[in-house]
Structure formats: C-alpha cells, structure tokens
Design a protein around this ligand. Structure first.
Ligand code: NAD
Length: 385
C-alpha cells in the first residue's frame, strides 16, 4: 500500500509535543513525513526539517510558504498536523482546509466559539477531515471503556468523574518566571488557563467514553496564586445529553500529582476507573461484585481495543502510541476516501472539529459561569443546539 504524505506546522526542535506526533505518525509506516514549517524562526525550521530528512524544497520557512508550495504539487500532503501555539491554530487550520488538505489540529482548536463554528462549517463544506488531537482518546483501554459503555455493560451511566490535575505550577516563587507566567496571562492564553489547557482533555474524555455530550455546566474557578489573572484550579459540574451527572476537577497546583488525567464512570451495573499514568490497567467493578483488573492486550477485549493495542501484554504502552492510534484512524479514513470505500467502523473514532468546537463552548461557558458565582448555563455551541 502506498504511503500517505504527511506534513507538520510547528513541532520544531525542542518543542514539547512535536516528537510525540512524529513517533505517532511514523509508527505504522502509513505516513511519510515529506514537508514541514516547523518553527517560528524560518532558518531554524528549515534546518530542523533537513535533520528530519525532509527534502530542501519542502523544508518551508513558514506555513503560508508551505501552503503555496504544497498546493501546486501532485504529491501534496495528504494530511497536515498543526502543532503551533494555541492562538495560531484557527488561521492555519482554516487556510489548509480551504486549500483542500485534511488537517489534524492540536487542542484547543480555536480561541473562540465563533472561530470553532467557522472551522466546523469549512470542514463540512470542503469535505476535508478536520481532526483535533485529543490524543488520550487513542489509548486502547479508553477505547475499551467506550465499547463497554456502548454495549451496555454498565447499564445507564449515572455519574462520570474526570480529573486532570498536576502540580507543575504550584511553586509561588516561580509564578513570575516567564516560562510559567504567560500561561496565566489573558493576552496570551485567552479567557481561561488551566481549564482550556488541561480540563478540556478530561471533558472530552467524559464525552468520549460515555457517548454523551455536555449540555449544561456550573463552574468554580480559582487563582490560588494571587498574582495570576487566570485560574490555576477549577471545579466544573455538568449534565450530559443521556442524563449522566458529570464532575470535573482540573488543577495546576496539585502538589504530588504528575500528569493526573483520570476518568471514572459509574453506571447501574458497575463502575470503571482508568488513569493515564497506568494506562495498561482498567479497573472494573460489577455492582455487588469484586474489583477486576482488565489488562491491555488480554484476550476477549473489544475490536476497538484490539485494534489499538500495539505491544505484547505486560509491556508499557504510552502516550506516543495513543497518538499513533489517532494517526491510524486518520490513515484509514484517508485511504477509504481515496479508495471510494467505507472506512473500518472500529477506526472511526478520531476526535472531530465538532469536538473542538464543543470544548471551546464549554471553556467560554465555564468562564462566564465562574464569573457569575457558578450559575448553571447552557454549554452547547449555538450551531449544535
Ligand atoms: N494533545 C496533547 O496532549 C498536547 C500536549 C501538549 C501540547 N499540546 C498542544 O500543542 C501545541 C504546541 O504545544 P507545545 O507544548 O509543543 O509548544 P512549544 O512551545 O513547546 O512548541 C511550539 C513549536 O511551534 C513552533 N512555532 C511557533 N509558532 C509557529 C509558526 N507560526 N509556524 C511554525 N511553527 C511555529 C515553535 O517554534 C515550536 O517549535 C499547543 O497548542 C498545545 O496546547 C497538546
């Protein structure tokens, strides 16, 4: 099978998330990295692209140059990943979708709900894929959780509890360090800090595993380090489209917590618990029964989990491999489109522009609710009500 051509914007040398994308896209050999505008500094971007083996004529200095260069090629990129800082996602994603490219955009997809709605409309009218990198939804046992809920193992879901709480910004003495300070500056972060950065991963996870959307929410935001203008801790209560009660805690001052993404789903017939720091175990307790440990890679898991399990049972499987599963979904979607055939339903799980839009609506609703002392508000984006 011919390889798909892949390009990247952002993710330059020393970036946090660039390596996980390159590992993820490369894992199955489905994508070949052929183009990039990798850095805000054109020279550094071209040099690093060369280090990665990208041909000089496709090692671009900036994304506009890349768009112009790729558009005219017969072997143009089949997929472009946008992994630049948040405020640039909208204009780059919009331009590449309008240029006819499929896009995987890092979260948050946009800064405003209006921009999010525009991206959804463009993706729908152009028929291009606009995926959003809620990469944790690629973990095999997260897919299994979703399958268990969908096939009714839990019965009706009563409560979902999602957390994304770490302690990396807890040191007040470091609050003015420029590497930390910008994250709590509205001019650079927008309306929300911790909830928009980490909380939306947990909120997406709650929707992904339950198959329900967030409809209403009430938020309490706190800046526990007083010099911060934006929140470093948030508690969000929500209600979901299928009747589930949702609770979400996200924090940057939870000393002792490392990554801190966990999801628990409690239904009539049992409860599930999964933590990103121990991704190979899923804890399942049937109502009235004992705790059972479901291991990634064991026999009898759902097709969605089998498809996304990559190394032998008992070996560690982590975040870049979860990203690889998003890339595998996208490779299948693009190949199905090229071949004029339906895609494998087990792969049709990658997060969409609609998910990115729902997150933005939740962020802005939570900000407004917190300002109003926690008033319950409609959290749905206007175009999806
Ligand atoms: N999905 C996840 O789990 C996850 C995890 C971490 C970060 N992210 C997201 O990924 C994005 C990048 O985060 P990061 O932590 O890697 O940031 P970073 O600051 O470490 O790296 C950003 C990279 O983008 C480059 N860049 C900046 N402006 C550019 C431009 N206009 N054109 C081309 N390149 C440009 C920089 O030179 C740098 O190489 C953010 O939106 C962040 O929210 C997602």
């Amino acid at each position: 099978m011919a390889k798909l051509n892949w390009g990247m914007i952002g993710g330059g040398k020393g970036s946090q998330i660039g390596p996980a994308h390159r590992l993820g896209a490369g894992l199955d050999g489905a994508f070949s990295m052929v183009a990039g505008a990798l850095d805000h500094d054109p020279q550094a971007g071209r040099a690093f692209a060369g280090d990665l083996g990208i041909a000089p004529d496709r090692a671009y200095g900036d994304w506009r140059e890349m768009l112009a260069g790729e558009k005219g090629r017969a072997d143009r990129c089949d997929l472009v990943t946008v992994a630049t800082p948040n405020a640039t996602h909208f204009e780059i994603t919009k331009a590449f979708l309008e240029g006819g490219f499929h896009v995987l955009c890092e979260k948050p997809m946009t800064m405003t709900v209006e921009e999010g709605e525009e991206i959804v409309k463009i993706a729908r009218t152009t028929g291009r894929i606009c995926a959003v990198n809620y990469g944790y939804s690629g973990y095999s046992l997260v897919r299994h959780m979703r399958a268990m809920v969908a096939r009714g193992d839990l019965g009706a879901v009563r409560v979902v509890v999602a957390e994304f709480s770490h302690g990396h910004h807890a040191d007040a003495a470091q609050a003015d360090n420029p590497r930390v300070r910008w994250r709590y500056d509205p001019a650079q972060m927008g309306a929300s800090a911790q909830f928009a950065d980490c909380g939306i991963h947990a909120l997406h996870m709650a929707s992904f595993v339950t198959g329900q959307e967030v409809e209403r929410l009430s938020a309490d935001f706190a800046s526990t380090i007083p010099s911060r203008q934006l929140e470093d801790d948030a508690m969000v209560n929500f209600r979901m489209s299928g009747g589930a009660v949702g609770r979400l805690w996200t924090s940057a001052v939870a000393v002792g917590r490392m990554h801190g993404l966990t999801i628990q789903v409690f239904g009539e017939l049992g409860g599930l618990r999964w933590s990103q720091e121990q991704p190979n175990q899923l804890y399942w307790t049937p109502t009235g029964g004992r705790v059972q440990v479901i291991e990634r890679g064991e026999a009898g898991l759902s097709p969605e989990a089998d498809r996304t399990s990559r190394v032998t049972i008992g070996h560690a499987e982590g975040m870049p491999l979860a990203f690889a599963n998003i890339y595998a979904d996208l490779a299948e979607a693009i190949r199905a489109e090229k071949g004029g055939r339906p895609m494998d339903a087990a792969a049709d799980l990658y997060p969409r522009a609609e998910d990115g839009l729902r997150s933005m609506a939740a962020v802005h609703t939570a900000v407004a609710s917190a300002r109003e002392g926690g008033v319950w508000m409609d959290a749905r984006p206007p175009m999806l009500r």
